[in-house]
Design a protein around this ligand. Structure first.
Ligand code: C2E
Ligand code: MG
Ligand code: MG
Ligand code: MG
Length: 277
């Protein structure tokens, strides 16, 4: 069927095929129910010190435990959540669960910080700062043990407003990380305008770090982060050679399948250190 790939073709109404709008609504209804029925689960991926290889923090990553389709990754449902108001309920569940888990690790004598991803619609709502304060209060987790990850594109929707809210969050002790750094188009301008503690260099740079050209970029970003007093993280580290190269460039923290895939919290204990590597 070549017509399928011809973008100039005029779509004819086919009554047998559900319209994209109907499909959206069906998925959104199912997702909304899943959020409220507690079918979302969090997996945690460690960030390790580039030199000691000890776990320094975790990133919480959402999954949908679908009763028929199995474990679904964010790529399969997050866009639908962001296109509707579901993203707010989803984020509430993630914040509740991640702060409770971090508080449990704290009580067990392991004060390890946990990072949560915040999407654009959440950053532009005026509730997220209060909501985060509520979760910290309820769980007793110190604000310094929570990190929020934002992206350039999420902030760009309303930069001044986002910066203001993030500043009040940071003033309370919560740390702010810029995720997927280097993939947006305003990176450098945003760096001095936003309250930031951490930069996470996108996986696309890490994948090609054995390339001389790519090394020039990574080296420059490492110097810049250092000069700005930001912790620099490399995302998507998949092998030892890459880990060593990155450590050599002065990258502070490493995250990737080489150290651990995202896993249920129960798979990690203070003693897990990173003996699995
Ligand atoms: P992200 O925040 O950049 O998270 C890193 C993604 O890279 C995760 O995918 C992780 O599993 C994957 N990853 C980690 N190490 C490696 C590696 O060595 N190689 C490769 N190929 N991939 C690696 P995941 O869990 O599928 O999440 C995808 C994205 O979904 C996240 O990207 C984040 O933007 C979003 N996301 C995840 N959880 C949440 C959430 O609770 N709320 C919101 N708003 N977004 C979330
Ligand atoms: Mg992230
Ligand atoms: Mg990332
Ligand atoms: Mg990424």
């Amino acid at each position: 069927n070549t017509a399928k790939h011809d973008r100039t073709r005029i779509e004819l109404w086919d009554p047998a095929r559900p319209s994209p709008h109907t499909v959206d609504l069906a998925i959104q209804t199912e997702l909304r129910d899943a959020v409220h029925q507690g079918h979302l689960v969090l997996h945690y991926q460690p960030l390790v010190d580039a030199h000691t290889r000890q776990i320094v923090s975790f990133e919480a990553l959402v999954r949908w435990a679908h009763p028929q389709r199995g474990l679904l990754y964010p790529g399969a449902f997050l866009a639908q959540a962001e296109r509707s108001d579901i993203i707010h309920a989803l984020t509430e569940r993630v914040l509740a669960e991640a702060t409770a888990q971090a508080a449990a690790w704290h009580r067990s004598g392991w004060p390890v910080p946990v990072a949560v991803n915040l999407a654009a619609p959440v950053l532009t709502s005026d509730q997220f700062v209060d909501s985060i304060a509520g979760h910290l209060h309820r769980t007793g987790l110190p604000p310094t043990a929570l990190i929020v990850e934002i992206t350039e594109s999420a902030v760009m929707t309303r930069p001044e407003e986002s910066a203001q809210r993030l500043k009040s969050l940071q003033d309370s002790g919560v740390r702010i990380a810029m995720d997927d750094f280097g993939t947006g188009y305003t990176s450098l301008a945003l760096l001095t305008k936003l309250p930031l503690d951490e930069l996470k260099l996108d996986r696309t740079f890490i994948m090609r770090v054995h390339d001389r050209q790519e090394q020039v970029i990574v080296d420059a970003v490492a110097r810049m982060a250092n000069g700005l007093g930001l912790t620099l993280v490399a995302e998507g580290v998949e092998d030892e050679a890459t880990a060593r190269t990155l450590a050599g460039f002065g990258i502070d923290l490493l995250q990737g399948f080489h150290f651990s895939r995202p896993l249920p919290a129960a798979d990690f204990t203070p003693l897990s250190g990173l003996t699995r590597v």
